[in-house]
Design a protein around this ligand. Structure first.
Ligand code: ADP
Ligand code: ASP
Ligand code: MG
Length: 407
């Protein structure tokens, strides 16, 4: 008899039929003898809808009210899922994040979990009930409702799996696992049987939405067994594992595109010590999340600095940079919000030269211009025009033969 934490994403519980399909599956697994704890996201696109309406009623809503609003999506979903499970003859009980024991810090919109006091969930399991926990939420020491951020339900599931000592954490979604690239963009993308935590973390940092970055970090740190799989076909999916024996064999394992960032260029910056330090200190103080940074070769005592930030941080990044150029003597701040970051990832590139050359050649052959480059030990990323993103992913996926490799 296994104890499993199963998390269902928005598409997996988007309507009554889907909720019944999930409930039926849970009831079946329960009857087979496994103990199940569910974590559920808001239905369909409800989180996006709530964020949109908040922006319509207030320019800059307070974090406290935003979290109260957004967590309502999950609260609705857990009650419906619990009712549906009971409809299949299995006792179930829904819980908000607070009721499930999720104590967080008070950083509204992006709270961090401090502690999971899972006694109530444990008691529900012991009484033979299926607990259904609202994802991505908790309560602060001040007793305010908090939201763990976008994709936070994955983190809820992993943290609960660790607190309960579950045998595995299953993340059910609308594709059947982690693929060599987004299967909605490239139809020849292949599902991986397993992927290492290191590669999964690089994929998440490069912009792969599944599983959410923080949940992968948490699972890695606490040794939680992670299984990403389909809530539609129920077939076995992808296990995220520690280093496997032949993991070094594959040169490239995946291609990831990230359309969530924008580029800022501060032009004509005086080429002397301290200028970059001041600019990036100002950006950090304004809580702008800077990703890639490139400083061009200096000519005649001036240089250009370009960096990328999430779209949501762009207005702040531009105004902070404009203030700074006035003080430092730079000439202009330019921004471009239609860029994409395309990355190739694989542990095998550590010991194989030539991956960067191949990536650049493939992009060049397809007349895709590279605007910025950055690398880690197992990743190479290029910033290109947003309209070329799907094409770049498709040609890179083919060039590195990911459509023909079994992992
Ligand atoms: P959920 O809402 O179930 O938590 P998300 O919508 O956040 O799931 O993420 C699932 C989506 O991630 C899939 O529909 C798929 O289009 C996209 N995706 C992008 N890259 C990949 C990849 N390499 N492997 C699997 N899915 C990916
Ligand atoms: N519903 C929230 C979101 O869309 C949390 C989650 O699904 O993980 O981001
Ligand atoms: Mg999601």
């Amino acid at each position: 008899m296994a104890l499993l934490v199963q998390k269902f994403g928005g598409t997996s519980v988007a309507d009554a039929d889907r909720i019944r399909a999930v409930a039926e599956q849970v009831a079946r697994r329960r009857r087979q003898g496994d103990q199940i704890v569910l974590v559920v996201s808001a239905m369909g696109k409800e989180t996006d809808d709530l964020l949109r309406i908040a922006a319509e009623v207030a320019g800059e809503p307070s974090g406290r009210e935003m979290d109260m609003l957004v967590t309502a999506g999950e609260r609705k979903a857990v009650a419906l899922v619990a009712m549906a499970i009971e409809g299949f003859g299995v006792p179930a009980q829904s819980f908000t994040g607070s009721q499930a024991g999720f104590l967080t810090d008070g950083t509204h919109r992006n709270a961090r979990i401090l502690e999971v006091g899972a006694e109530r969930i444990r008691a529900a399991i012991d009484s033979g009930s299926v607990p259904v926990v609202a994802g991505a939420q908790g309560v602060s020491a001040e007793k305010d409702v908090t939201f763990l951020g976008r994709g936070g339900s994955d983190t809820t599931a992993v943290a609960l799996a660790e607190a309960l000592g579950a045998d595995a954490c299953e993340l059910y979604t609308d594709v059947s696992g982690v693929f060599t690239t987004d299967p909605r963009v490239v139809s020849t993308a292949r599902r991986m049987h397993s992927i290492t935590f290191d590669e999964m973390l690089e994929m998440a940092a490069a912009g792969c939405p599944k599983p959410a970055m923080r949940s992968v970090e948490f699972a890695h740190r606490h040794g939680v067994r992670l299984h990403v799989r389909s809530a539609f076909t129920w077939e076995p999916g992808t296990w995220v594992v520690e280093e496997g024996p032949d993991m070094e064999a594959a040169l490239i394992r995946s291609v990831v595109a990230d359309l969530s960032e924008a580029k800022v260029t501060v032009a004509g910056v005086p080429d002397r010590p301290g200028v970059a330090a001041q600019l990036f200190r100002d950006l950090a103080t304004a809580e702008v999340n800077v990703d890639m940074i490139v400083q061009n070769v200096s000519a005649a005592g001036v240089t250009d600095i370009s960096f990328t930030v999430p779209h949501t941080d762009l207005p702040t990044a531009v105004s902070v940079s404009e203030k700074r150029i006035a003080a430092s003597g730079a000439t202009a701040v330019l921004s471009d919000d239609s860029i994409a970051k395309v990355s190739v990832i694989g542990a095998g590139m550590k010991s194989n030269p030539g991956v960067a050359a191949t990536m650049f050649e493939v992009l060049a052959r397809n007349e895709i211009n590279i605007e910025m480059i950055s690398t880690s030990a197992i990743r190479i990323s290029c910033v290109i025009a947003e309209e070329a993103a799907d094409r770049a992913v498709t040609v890179l996926h083919e060039a590195f033969e990911l459509d023909r490799t079994t992992f």
